[in-house]
Design a protein around this ligand. Sequence first.
Ligand SMILES: [Zn+2]
Ligand SMILES: [Zn+2]
Length: 254
Amino acid sequence: MHWEEFGYRWIRIASITTARYFVIAGLAFFIFYVLFHSYLAHRRSQPNFPGWKHYSRDIIYSLITILIFATIGSLVFIVFRDYTNLYDPWDKYGAFYYFLTFPAMLLIHDAYFYATHRFMHHPKLFKYIHKVHHLSTNPSPWTAYAFHPLEAILEAGIIVVIAFTLPVNQPALGLFLLFQFVYNVYGHLGFELYPARFNKTWIGKWVNTGTAHNQHHQFFHGNYGLYTLIWDRLFGTLRKDYDQKYEQVTERKK
Ligand SMILES: [Zn+2]
Ligand SMILES: [Zn+2]
């Protein structure tokens, strides 16, 4: 058995993910919540700031999430590796295929997230799995990994889904997960970064924004997407007041 290797990998994933959490969420927090919080106040989705009671709770849940991610990651990458479609070297199937796996992973994760997110909002399940993430009705960068352990398992499921279906280079999957975390921090930032009227452009109509996810935290219903609004538009779950809110946040005077 590969248990020694499993242990090393577990420590590696746990430390890298913890460092990444504090560096990326911490940097976003420092820039938007400390340095420029008044200069950028006009771009804020909700005027108030959550406060340390919320930040510390979200950080504690995120650290538990990281331990679960490290466990599932090590199981996939070490123990069950031979059964996955992970491949080496990166250009085994050519450069074109390698680069194609990035949008493929994004679309797979987008659909997986939408489906599991809707599932967790089922009234019979909500309080057991997803309520922890919604304790932040006004999220901050620290909310990015603030999940109940059961939700953390479900969120880590994307690693299992991708590794066992799509032939993918393992470092590419790692790079994708880094991008996922950055977008996740943006989604919970509480400030809109995309330009005014982006929501009306042909591409912006399909891109999920911080404003959309902030509304999801504030109102609990609608805007279930992750990277795109494809599934929300397809299933009619995009909030009717989304465009109005987006315009209000991005066109407000300084
Ligand atoms: Zn939710
Ligand atoms: Zn969220």
